[in-house]
Design a protein around this ligand. Structure first.
Ligand SMILES: [Zn+2]
Length: 383
């Protein structure tokens, strides 16, 4: 009887050791990086070997405890009970909206926020801070901030220009480094910031294994040069149902021509990578959907027309005989179509110059990528 019990104990111990050892080999070694399927918005969770969690962006403000696209739901289903570090790239709702719920339910130890630059950003910032518990240290990000989190993981603020005119270009650009693999988080930056980063930062440090594609695949982001410098193996587009035409074929064409494999959360769901000293491994999707990327034949229409929403800003790109330009237009019910012939008034030709619409994108007022005093074009007026 005693012998049997001892044998049983021995088997249990051996099993425990084998299972534990196998677990350590398969999942406990290394870090996990997830790009969360949060609908139209951004959210990414990094989990270190010892179970520390860093959250970068938090999806929309419909992230209540019951919503499907809820960051709270995702974290709970993923077994997360506490967030160590939380940050948002900028105050646009599709990145910052869920953060007050995260602050409330997951009491982060550290909350890294962009410096609020206007009344709207200040009020969103206050909303997040007011939900933080007394344990949460609140820090305003500065370019050059390096965060050593341990377990072979750190996160660095490699770019932040709080004086940039457009809110998208005021994004915190974060590079997470785990086991020498780099994950670049670009928020919603435009090519303006991409160009500045290439000019001002050591280009070999921009090189990254995975790039979170800027601004959900907007055509005003993801330049060819940026992808020639960052050279990612994977480019992740965090995107859901939207009326902006995201992701645009133009941006995907430029990214794909760098050799990167494009993955989209709207096609693949949450995208998961595992990283350790053996390198980077894609966990999901197991296979890449065939429709992820289709190259557009030369001369084909670059973009579908988007459905206008009243009081959206429509950005219309037109081709003149010798050049191409982008204008914005305050929408009511005007519908632009690719291929449409239009007359565009200019300072030298107030009656208009003939042009053809080549691309249309829609932005809600708070998400416009350029300052609104630039490039205004009022259709139908002669001056
Ligand atoms: Zn966004």
């Amino acid at each position: 009887m005693v012998k049997k019990a001892l044998l049983g104990f021995y088997i249990v111990c051996t099993l425990f050791f084998v299972v534990n050892f196998a677990n350590q080999l398969s999942t406990k070694d290394g870090a996990t990086v997830q790009y969360i399927n949060i609908g139209q918005g951004d959210a990414s969770l990094i989990t270190t070997q010892s179970g520390r969690h860093m959250l970068i962006d938090s999806g929309n403000d419909d992230a209540t405890a019951t919503s499907d696209a809820s960051i709270v739901n995702f974290l709970r289903n993923d077994g997360v009970t506490h967030i160590d570090v939380a940050t948002i790239s900028h105050y646009d709702s599709d990145h910052s909206g869920g953060m007050r719920y995260v602050a409330y339910y997951f009491s982060p130890d550290l909350m890294i926020l962009p410096k609020p630059m206007d009344a709207d950003e200040q009020s969103k910032c206050n909303d997040i801070i007011s939900e933080c518990g007394s344990n949460t240290k609140i820090v305003y990000a500065k370019q050059g901030d390096d965060l050593k989190i341990g377990d072979n993981f750190e996160a660095d603020v490699i770019w932040n220009d709080p004086t940039a005119a457009a809110s998208n270009d005021r994004c915190i650009v974060m590079q997470a480094i785990a086991y020498d693999n780099r994950f670049l988080y670009t928020g919603d930056i435009t090519t303006l910031t991409e160009d500045e980063m290439i000019a001002d930062l050591p280009n070999d440090e921009l090189k990254s294994n995975v790039v979170k594609v800027a601004h959900h695949g907007s055509r005003f982001s993801s330049s060819t040069e940026f992808y020639n410098v960052t050279k990612p193996v994977y480019a992740v587009i965090s995107v859901g149902k939207n009326s902006y035409g995201h992701p645009t074929q133009e941006a995907m064409d430029r990214i794909a021509s760098s050799g990167a494999t494009i993955l989209r959360t709207d096609q693949s769901g949450t995208i998961t990578f595992h990283v350790d000293w053996n390198g980077l491994r894609r966990v999901s999707p197991a296979s890449i959907p065939e429709s992820t990327y289709e190259s557009v034949a030369e001369g084909a229409e670059a973009l579908p027309t988007a459905t206008p929403i009243a009081n959206d800003y429509i950005y219309v790109s037109v081709a003149f005989a010798n050049s191409q330009k982008t204008y914005y237009y305050l929408a009511d019910n005007d519908n632009f179509e690719i291929g449409q012939k239009v007359m565009v008034p200019t300072s030298s030709a107030p009656n208009g110059v003939a042009a053809t619409v080549v691309a249309v994108e829609h932005y809600a007022k708070e998400n416009v990528p350029y300052p609104l005093d630039q490039m205004k074009w009022i259709m139908g007026t002669a001056n």
